[in-house]
Write a protein that binds this ligand. Structure first.
Ligand code: GLU
Length: 512
């Protein structure tokens, strides 16, 4: 068989915001495609109209864009296999359902909801744990296998509502070859006659998914573990539709687990433990409830992606920091683990911190400046850049910058009371006064020059420099801790520093 170009798809259903597990699925597809010089598609699987949530599709697109994943084809970028939204492909699926019926691999079923319920009740009453529409029960139901041919014809002609079900063989081993799990064998007696085509004229997920993967020439299906039980059905569909030759290879990804247990990570865990599970903020269109997102919490998309990439995959080395390009280079399906990956919110913060430290000061300044402008603070961007350079080591998020650095932009109005109480005594007031006067006339206001002066005055006052460092800081910033002090003083500038010192001395004397 000729080598086929690698083509993978991310195929979400627009039933709500994209969970980070979904982002990871998209990411692994993306990395796999790019690693292999292939295509990455976005297909929207919206055949279940009852679960449609307005805004979800737009959200998914925006979230993946924020994460830096680019699609080669898809609902928002078009492509040779358009449309990429299944509801717009509706007409394409019926013929395949009919093809399956003709080949004897599917059948019409006319059962009403009541009849289905009744069947389940009946089976439950005779101790069948999970009643199914299958090779045994189908005999006693109303379908084209059990009803006389002319009645089937009559019902179809009369326009009776029907669904199309697959006819699962009675005794067959079905083998799913999974790139992560190896061979998975399922006995067909465990499977039920799933609906492929519904009475509303829409295919179900199973049929639409297989038909579209075939038509869109998908070579690898990389998706969440929750779809593994459906894979044998999909294998049968490929076989019965005559597409076995080009059946994609499957890879079912391990679950993302909650940080403090073994269950699947859910939005509730995020609410409970205080971390987002969605890439972007989501406002539920029905309840109006707002769920926070990584973007709004101040995470860099690169950090979020880096963290997700390592949640279920490892590079085989100790390297932890990967750009998207490095991830593409390093990625391979055989390093995806079989077992679930525990999410660690602190590690995620750590990743953000690493990216924050590595960012150019100018880039940070640009982001921080937006916040400053929104507060009505309009200062030289070089000044903002210098502030960023000084404080970035202290932060994990840009969103913390203001609380760490507000005093570079406005005078503090509160001062650390503990420090004042503890330190404002003996000859400390003299020291600060002397220092203020000395700084007033200091020509060179560089940090080394300030530091020298500081030491000189401490010595003259007969005090150890280390013991007055903190009160000096509090006088300028109000806070007991912060960045390198002499750099900070130098940056704020002589005039402001002197004015603040004078005010602080007065205030300390009054409040001590
Ligand atoms: N529409 C399915 C989902 O929402 C896609 C599963 C698959 O990739 O086959 O996850």
């Amino acid at each position: 068989m000729e080598e086929r170009k690698v083509r993978v798809r991310f195929a979400p259903s627009p039933t709500g915001p994209l969970h980070m597990g979904g982002v990871r699925t998209a990411l692994y597809n993306y990395l796999f495609a790019k690693k292999n010089g292939g295509d990455f598609l976005l297909r929207i699987e919206d055949t279940d109209q009852t679960r449609f949530v307005p805004g979800a599709e737009q959200y998914i697109i925006e979230a993946l864009e924020w994460c830096g994943m680019k699609f080669d084809e898809g609902v928002h970028v078009g492509g040779p296999h358009a449309p990429y939204r299944q509801s717009e492909r509706k007409e394409m699926y019926r013929q395949y359902a009919m093809q399956l019926i003709e080949a004897g691999h599917a059948y019409y079923a006319f059962d009403t909801t009541e009849e289905l319920d009744e069947m389940r009740e009946r089976l439950k009453a005779s101790n069948v744990a999970s009643p199914q529409y299958n090779y045994i029960t189908r005999e006693s139901m109303k379908n084209s296998l059990s009803l006389p041919h002319d009645e089937v014809e009559r019902r179809l002609a009369a326009g009776d509502a029907y669904v199309v079900r697959i006819k699962i063989p009675r005794k067959e081993e079905i083998r799913v070859t999974d790139m992560i799990r190896g061979n998975v064998l399922v006995h067909s007696s465990q499977m039920d006659d799933k609906v492929l085509f519904k009475s509303d004229g829409m295919p179900t997920y199973h049929l639409a998914n297989v038909v579209d993967d075939y038509l869109m020439k998908i070579t690898h299906v990389i998706r969440g573990e929750e779809w593994l039980p459906s894979a044998p059905l999909h294998v049968l569909l490929y076989r019965y539709l005559g597409w076995e030759e080009v059946m994609p290879q499957f890879a079912h990804l391990p679950l993302l687990l909650k940080p403090d247990g073994n269950g699947k990570l859910s939005k509730r865990d995020g609410d409970r433990l205080g971390f987002p599970v969605f890439p972007l903020e989501w406002k539920d269109p029905f309840s109006g409830e707002i769920s926070s997102g990584y973007r709004e919490k101040g995470y860099f998309p690169e950090a979020f992606i880096n963290m997700l990439a390592l949640l279920g995959w490892n590079p085989g080395t100790n390297q932890e920091i990967f750009s998207m390009t490095e991830l593409i280079e390093a990625f391979s399906v055989d390093r995806i683990s079989k077992s679930g990956a525990k999410f660690d919110a602190n590690k995620t913060k750590w990743f953000n911190q690493q990216y924050l430290r590595a960012k150019e000061d100018a880039e940070l300044a640009e982001i921080f400046n937006k916040e400053l402008l929104s507060k009505g603070i309009n200062v030289d961007i070089n000044y903002v850049e210098n502030v960023c350079a000084l404080i970035k080591e202290k932060a994990q998020f840009i969103t913390e910058f203001w609380s760490l650095a507000f005093y570079f932009f406005e005078e503090p109005t509160e001062f650390d009371a503990e420090v004042i109480k503890k330190k404002w005594k003996d000859n400390v007031p003299d020291f600060l006064l002397n220092l203020t006067n000395a700084l007033k006339t200091l020509e060179d206001f560089s940090h080394t020059s300030i530091e020298n002066k500081f030491k000189e005055i401490a010595e003259q006052t007969g005090i150890s420099p280390g013991s007055v460092m903190q009160i000096f800081r509090v006088a300028i910033s109000g806070l007991a801790a912060g960045p390198a002090i002499f750099e900070m003083i130098s940056l704020i500038g002589k005039e402001k520093v002197v004015a603040r010192l004078e005010k602080a001395i007065k205030y300390f004397n009054e409040t001590k």
